[in-house]
Design a protein around this ligand. Structure first.
Ligand code: NDP
Length: 402
């Protein structure tokens, strides 16, 4: 009952493994499985040294349903936390159905050959999970994840009706490289170079990537940053589950050096996702680029500064208009000291651990496929304060957002 399998031994997997290992009474047995066994073993050694706790490791190709089913049947977990890549979501969900295991992830399924971010593929599993008495909880990182719960929490406690949502993701950290991504480079670049879509008056409106920007000053002296409007997958589920929203936008900060490198790389074809012929073999440019870039899980010791991620919600309460800003600020070096990772992996891995804890304890449990904002936000918000991601609320802030 308190046994879990974590799939993916990258930046986020490391944080999930550490945070679960810190809670021995809740996560009694942990298996960390990934494509490269050595990466699992390195994390297991860190955990042994830090907490004196042994976790099991295994090699698995998560593209292969039979391998996954064999792993689940051998280890018999209550649930699996999928922090491999979005390409593996459906194979892992298939294996969960075959082996009777509950499921959590942090990013929606994406086919390898088209950078499409939508929930349709995973929502299509609703009936099968319901009939099997299994639960799949989607989008349990920070964004999607904590930002969805922030929205649900504000809708529940601060508004009668919510009308506008702006999710603002600022990474004020600096790793000292001219160009590196804070999570999987391939997924990050596919996301950032996609056309922007935002929700307005009952439909998604498309604009060119990175064409709308503004200046945003974070609270608590984190600094001022250029934030760019882009599409992010939680806009799809949040506008579905909060149908009173008239407008919903997602904003992310980028430094000039990151954007200049990205522009040049895109112009020369290095961000392309389809195979090209190179000296008699096929290579996918973005996969080759990933091999050249720093591994996000190595950025921890050199990343300084803070993240500031939150939601600005506008709506009405008692017939009066109001605005509320709910956010978390996290220091990269503080994360490194705790779990040997930078803040982006940390802010993703902690909400995944919290979601797993709430499912294991039965506080969040219903059969079927759900997005995280469909759960009661209150125990999650309490756990954010308890496990390293405390949040603040400002009513009627002076923000002047577009
Ligand atoms: P990494 O690239 O650092 O780690 C991914 C891990 O998955 C690697 O260890 C990789 O193995 C493993 N993996 C890849 N393919 C397979 C496979 N076929 N079978 C088994 N293991 C596999 O990525 P991150 O840790 O940065 O990100 C992990 C996930 O978290 C991604 O889906 C990302 O989109 C999501 N994310 C979500 C966020 C949120 O807030 N919601 C924010 C940041 C990330 P190998 O080491 O062999 O390559």
């Amino acid at each position: 009952m308190n046994k879990i399998v974590i799939i993916g031994a990258g930046g986020v997997g490391q944080v999930v493994a550490h945070k679960c290992a810190q809670l021995g009474d809740i996560f009694g047995h942990i298996v960390l499985a990934s494509r490269t066994l050595e990466k699992c073993d390195t994390i297991a050694q860190q955990i042994q040294q830090r907490y004196g706790r042994r976790i099991e490791t295994a090699r698995v190709d998560a593209n292969n349903v039979a391998e996954l089913v064999a792993l689940f049947k051998r280890t018999k977990p209550f649930l699996v936390i999928n922090v491999a890549l979005p390409y593996q979501d459906l194979t892992i969900m298939d294996a969960c159905l075959a082996a009777g295991v509950h499921y959590i992830d942090t990013a929606n399924y994406e086919p390898l050959d088209s950078a499409k971010f939508e929930y349709s593929w995973q929502w299509a599993y609703q009936q099968r999970f319901q009939e099997a008495g299994l639960m799949a909880l989607l989008g349990c990182g920070f964004d999607p994840g904590a930002t969805n719960v922030f929205t649900a929490y504000l809708a529940k406690h601060y508004f009668d009706e919510i009308h506008q949502l702006d999710i603002i993701d600022v990474n004020g950290g600096d790793h000292g490289y001219p160009f590196a991504t804070n999570f999987n480079p391939e997924i990050n670049i596919r996301e950032v170079t996609a056309e922007c879509r935002h929700w307005e008056d009952g439909q998604f409106v498309t604009t060119p990537a990175m064409s709308i920007q503004q200046r945003f000053t974070c609270p608590d002296d984190v600094g001022s940053f250029n934030i760019y409007r882009m599409y992010h997958e939680e806009l799809e589920s949040l506008t579905k589950h909060f149908p009173t929203l008239k407008k919903a936008q997602f904003w992310m900060s980028f430094g000039d050096s990151y954007l200049k490198h990205l522009e040049v790389l895109a112009n020369v074809g290095m961000t392309a996702i389809h195979p090209v012929d190179f000296e008699g073999r096929k290579i996918v440019p973005i996969q080759f680029l990933k091999a050249l870039l720093p591994d996000p899980s190595t950025l921890g010791p050199r990343t300084h500064g803070k993240t500031c991620i939150g939601c600005v919600v506008r709506g009405i309460r008692d017939d009066r208009e109001k605005t509320v800003y709910l956010y978390n600020i996290k220091d990269h070096q503080e994360c490194y000291r705790e779990v040997q990772s930078q803040g982006i992996s940390y802010t993703t891995g902690v909400p995944a651990m919290i979601s797993a804890k709430l499912m294991l304890q039965g506080e969040w449990f219903k059969s079927g496929v759900w997005n995280i904002e469909q759960m009661n936000p209150d125990p999650f918000m309490q756990a954010m304060n308890d496990y390293g991601l405390p949040w603040k609320i400002v009513e009627n802030p002076q923000l002047n957002l577009l």
